[in-house]
Every structure is written in C-alpha cells, then in structure tokens.
Design a protein around this ligand. Structure first.
Ligand SMILES: [Zn+2]
Length: 412
C-alpha cells in the first residue's frame, strides 16, 4: 500500500475503473476524479481516448493515476478501537514498549485504509496522547477521536478503561474528564458478555437518572455518548437516556432495534471479538464452544435485522480486545457483515458514510464528492465483481496532515 499525502498544490487525476462514492449504493464505472488543493474538484465520466485538458490550478505538479483496473472507495472509519490495548496482553506497564506498539497500530490502521478511529478509552489516557501526537504530526496515523477514561462505576467491570466513579462523584468525574478535551464520552453501562453461560451479561452500572445526567453534561459540551451495553436491559436503559451509539449490544432485541431506528441511535455490533473466540474452538478458560457459537450467530442475525429495520449501522472492531488486531481486524469485521447477509455495498456504506456520521465527521469524511477533502482508497480490481474477496489496497490518498489545535475535530 502506498500512502499519498496531498499538498495544496498537488494536482491529481485518477482514472477509476469503478467508483463507490459512499453517497448511496451506486457504483460508477469508468470515471475520472479530479483532485486539487487536497479536495475532490469534480467527478466526470471518462471519455473514450480522453485527454486531460487544462486542469484547475495549472499543469504543474500534475499526476495521473491510471486506475482503470481498480476500485475507488472513501477512506474507512473504525468506530471502536482501544489504542492502549494490543489484542494480546493487558496494557503494558512500560511506556517505551507501549510507544513502539502504538506507532505500529496506527501504521497498521493506515495500511488497511482506515483514515479515522474512535478510541473507546483507557485508564492511562493513552488514546488522548495518541490523538495529540497524530495532531502534532509526531506520529503518522488516522485521525483519532479520543474518549480519555471511560466513565464506569467503581467496583464494576472495566478497571483497565477508567478509574471508576460513585453516583455521588459523577458530576465531578464528568467535569474532570471534560477538562481533558475529549472528543466524545465513553460510558460502561453493563459488564461484559459471558462465554460460559448463554445470555448472561455483567451487571448494570448506572441508573437511568445517572445515565441521563452523563448524556446531559456531555451534550452541554457538544459531545456525543458512546455506550458499552450488552444485554437488552442495558440497551433499553441507553435508549431511554438518549445515548448516541450502542457499542457491542450482544443480546439486543428486535424491539430495541426498532426504537433505535426511530430515534436515530446508532449500533456498533463489534462481531470480530466474538468471532475470533468462535474460530479458536478450543475449550478454554474463556468459555464453552457452544455458548460462543450461539452468541456469535445471534449477533450476525441481529446485524441483518438492524440493516433491514434501517438502524444507523456503523463499523467498529474493538481492536485491542483479546484476539482483535488493529487494522486487519477491520477487514475481518467487514467480511462478517457480509456473512451476516449485507451486500458489499451496504457494508461499505456502514464503514464510510454511516461511521463518519456516528463519529461526528460527516462533513469531512465518509463520502467522495466535489468540495470534500480527498480521502480515497484505491483497491485492485472491481471489488463488486468479487464481493467475498480480500481487498488488495494499492493506494491511500489523503490531504497532507497539518498541525491542528488541540481539541479540533470535536463531535458535532
Ligand atoms: Zn471496547
């Protein structure tokens, strides 16, 4: 994969065999995409034997990418990662080791065409540090939307994601968190799903009133709330409190999905963490094979149903969770959406347009259109002709990253 970072004066023309803009499910064949000043200028039908006429901005720095045997899609977005976690062990205590791994994770996201990630939080603000290092151009990586510490109840699940709070200290905890200039609030509403007993999920952590308070305070700062919620009871609580996205949602019900579709609440089903456990199929400490298999199959069915009901479906991997690698895990997640019954077009809409909306970046990322920043992915062949095939990413094109002020890319 070659990363092309566009300077303002770069004049790029891509002759694309197929173009998926992310605006709808349509695939445009044989088009020419003009890029200037880091933005898409126009998209035109390729004329037979066409010649590049005088492009906007003059002929200087002009470059043509002959991509007639390639497919162009918008840069991908991962709605749920943990940059502090490495998919193998728990967070490394040694910061220098961690730093090396983070560089690797960010590079691997780019290698798989991921242009933005939403970090689901960690105890040590590593996600926040990553965001700032990318923004300050000390590290090369996708845009990072950081949550800082996850809001969780003291004594309940998730000590590696945040220090924990008591109901009494909730307002103070929120205030402290917001001072760190986070991009969205991550809250743990339930524990994790059991792989030993089908349908069992860890305890609910907050009351409806407490959750409403979290959503309200976040809203006053223009921030969305992403809620870790498995069990339908936890999902219902989240819907009632008006969170913006349900993360995981194992054991979500049809009624909940219908309500979410009505209210525009997004769902990030993160199947890959369960799928990897299912693939291993070895009796382990983690759980029983049949329980894992059923949980996995149920999640696939609910994804298909969510798509059918018109739920705003995004793509997130929980990269950093056991067995889920940054970058490659995303490709596996896309594959699972298709296994659930979504078409490649539907899957890509979830991965681009929908995920950009969920992450509060719908004006800059997620679609390819005139006037938009040029975040483009070029893949070998017509991917829609072979929907099950692994993507072979040739180029990732994006505007040259500039130092941006802390706290930019705020959710909207
Ligand atoms: Zn997570």
């Amino acid at each position: 994969m070659q990363l092309i970072e566009l300077c303002t004066k770069d004049n790029l023309i891509i002759d694309a065999g197929a173009l998926f803009t992310g605006i709808d499910q349509q695939v445009n064949k044989n088009v020419r995409v003009y890029i200037w000043d880091g933005k898409v200028q126009s998209i035109e039908k390729q004329a037979v034997n066409s010649r590049v006429e005088k492009p906007v901005g003059g002929m200087k720095n002009r470059r043509v990418i002959p991509a007639n045997n390639m497919t162009v899609v918008p840069g991908l977005l991962d709605c749920h990662v943990h940059l502090a976690l490495d998919g193998v062990s728990s967070p490394s205590p040694h910061r220098s080791v961690l730093r090396g791994r983070i560089r690797q994770k960010l590079a691997s996201d780019l290698a798989y065409g991921i242009v933005a990630v939403r970090d689901g939080g960690d105890r040590d603000d590593i996600g926040l540090v990553c965001r700032d290092k990318v923004n300050n151009m000390e590290l090369k990586g996708p845009v990072v939307m950081a949550s800082g510490n996850a809001v969780r109840k003291k004594g309940e699940y998730g000590s590696f994601l945040g220090a924990g709070t008591t109901p009494k200290e909730l307002a103070k905890t929120m205030k402290k968190l917001l001072m760190k200039n986070i991009n969205q609030v991550k809250v743990l509403v339930s524990g994790i799903v059991s792989f030993k007993e089908y349908g069992r999920v860890g305890k609910i952590q907050f009351s409806l009133q407490e959750l409403e308070q979290i959503v309200k305070i976040a809203g006053e700062h223009g921030l969305k709330v992403m809620a870790h919620a498995s069990s339908d009871e936890a999902v219902q609580l989240c819907i009632g409190a008006g969170v913006h996205s349900i993360e995981h949602g194992y054991f979500i019900s049809e009624d909940s999905l219908k309500e979410m579709a009505d209210r525009g609440i997004a769902w990030i089903p993160t199947v890959i963490p369960v799928a990897v456990q299912n693939q291993q199929r070895v009796p382990s400490k983690i759980g029983k094979a049949a329980v894992i298999e059923h949980t996995y199959q149920r999640q696939l069915r609910m994804i298909r149903l969510a798509q059918h009901l018109g739920v705003l479906l995004g793509v997130g991997t929980d990269a950093g969770a056991a067995g889920v690698q940054h970058g490659v895990g995303y490709m596996q997640e896309l594959h699972l959406y298709q296994e659930a019954g979504l078409t490649l077009e539907e899957t890509l809409l979830a991965a681009t347009r929908n995920s950009a909306q969920i992450m509060g970046m719908k004006d800059s990322l997620g679609i390819i259109a005139p006037g938009r920043p040029a975040y483009l992915l070029l893949m070998e062949g017509d991917i829609f002709a072979n929907p099950g095939k692994q993507f072979d990413i040739k180029y990732l094109i994006r505007p040259q990253q500039e130092k941006i002020a802390e706290g930019s890319y705020q959710s909207a």
